[in-house]
Design a protein around this ligand. Structure first.
Ligand SMILES: *Cc1c(COP(=O)(O)O)cnc(C)c1O
Length: 406
């Protein structure tokens, strides 16, 4: 009998496979684009919707309580709670990222717009991040990009001889925002996620020098976790980025159109510049005068309009189904088990493709990777490659799609 996983017992794998019979004999290799939803998830969601009366949470306390319960489940899933983080529902990672930059106060003082911090991003970021620089530059932030190597070097070189206590008092350089992916969606490289402290201590200060002068700014970290979270564990009791952006379909396959922005409560004041308000984000608004009063609860001020409450209700079942389906083989943890299972699948593909040669000795596959699949802490379950013809020319990716692995 063949082994279906290096990590999960065959019996459990058979149970998992029975959730995806719709694939028939197809092999799904696009998990980085979207996970596949298990059959029982759709069944459970439908049963729930057919049996219960859910209404607009702005008017119905029961639905609002269900939604708030799910906020708590999300925080618990990432090993934190509402005393430390808030959940803002969004339409997905892209909107979460946008919301941070649109609301972020780069200026040291709201009335002193010349003392603005920097918007710093990794060149390795998703296109959703690159577009943020347009918003940031409208807000007078300096736009700075850092290469993969420079970023990792800056983290490695930094010593914990913190001058953090010096900061804040003399923060004339404004507030700077670093955004980077926890895992590159392009090639699955995993960046350190436990480096928030080092960044706040100023390990990137050299990159934001103005006229060669060192400046003091306060640093904030926006973690693009969309790709990482689909197959990896995030423990917010161990690492605490100020903001985490995520999309749920990448983790569970369903529902689409729903993501979240997790905000560290102690950092929420820097998101002071949200302009728009509407349905649900205000307590009082006068239509004939320029007056409105924002909602008291932090997340309510950021959720414009009616949140997709039925999709949020579906999330409850996402957590239940995945917990019931995947055995906790590694570290007694669900996501660690998924992480190891998918890592070994991808590594197996990588090693097999690496052995392919044409008869003339020409390698048949070229990889785009920043790791050799030798360390699960640095490489996620994505294999990015081109296939070459025997003359070394490329077979275009329209012919053979990039291969993203389940
Ligand atoms: C998928 C992805 C995004 C965009 O997510 P959307 O759900 O399309 O908004 C952003 N960053 C990374 C790293 C991703 O993998």
């Amino acid at each position: 009998m063949s082994t279906l996983s290096n990590i999960i017992e065959n019996e459990d794998m058979e149970k998992i496979l029975s959730e995806f019979t719709r694939l028939e004999d197809q092999c799904y290799l696009e998990n980085a684009g979207s996970s596949l939803y298990p059959e029982s998830l759709i069944y459970q969601v439908n049963q729930d919707l057919l049996r219960n009366v859910y209404m607009n949470p702005h008017s119905d306390k029961y639905t609002k309580d269900c939604v708030d319960h799910i906020r708590s489940s999300i925080l618990r899933f990432y090993n934190t709670d509402s005393s430390k983080y808030s959940v803002i529902f969004t339409s997905g990672t892209t909107q979460s990222l946008k919301l941070v930059v649109e609301s972020f106060q780069f200026a040291y003082d709201q009335n002193e717009v010349q003392n603005c911090g920097s918007f710093v991003y990794l060149r390795d970021n998703h296109t959703s991040v690159l577009g943020l620089r347009e918003i940031a530059s409208d807000k007078n932030a300096d736009i700075i990009h850092i290469s993969h190597d420079d970023f990792l070097n800056a983290l490695n070189l930094s010593h914990s001889t913190s001058n953090l206590s010096m900061k804040g008092r003399n923060n004339r350089g404004g507030n700077s925002l670093l955004v980077y992916p926890a895992q590159s969606n392009f090639n699955g490289y995993k960046y350190p996620i436990n480096c928030t402290e080092k960044i706040k201590e100023g390990c990137l200060d050299n990159y934001v020098k103005k006229n060669l002068c060192k400046i003091n700014c306060d640093w904030y970290v926006l973690l693009d976790a969309a790709s990482y979270l689909s197959t990896n564990k995030l423990d917010l009791s161990k690492c605490q980025p100020d903001f985490v952006a995520l999309s749920f379909y990448k983790i569970f396959g369903y529902p689409t159109g729903l993501g979240a922005l997790l905000v560290k409560n102690s950092s929420n004041e820097v998101l002071s510049e949200k302009r728009y308000f509407g349905g649900g984000t205000v307590d009082i608004v006068l239509s004939n005068e320029d007056y409105h009063m924002k909602r008291e609860l932090f997340h309510e001020r950021f959720e414009d309009g009616t949140i997709p409450f039925l999709s949020i209700i579906a999330l409850k079942h996402c957590f239940d189904v995945i917990n019931g389906l995947i055995p906790k083989v590694i570290n007694n943890d669900l996501m660690d088990t998924i992480s190891y299972h998918t890592y070994f699948l991808a590594k197996d593909l990588y090693l097999q493709l690496d052995l392919l040669y044409h008869r003339n000795g020409q390698k048949a596959v070229v990889f785009y990777t920043d790791s050799e699949f030798d360390d699960i802490n640095k490489q996620g379950a994505i294999v990015t490659f081109n296939i070459l013809r025997s003359d070394g020319s490329y077979i275009g990716y329209a012919e053979v799609n990039y291969c993203f692995l389940l």
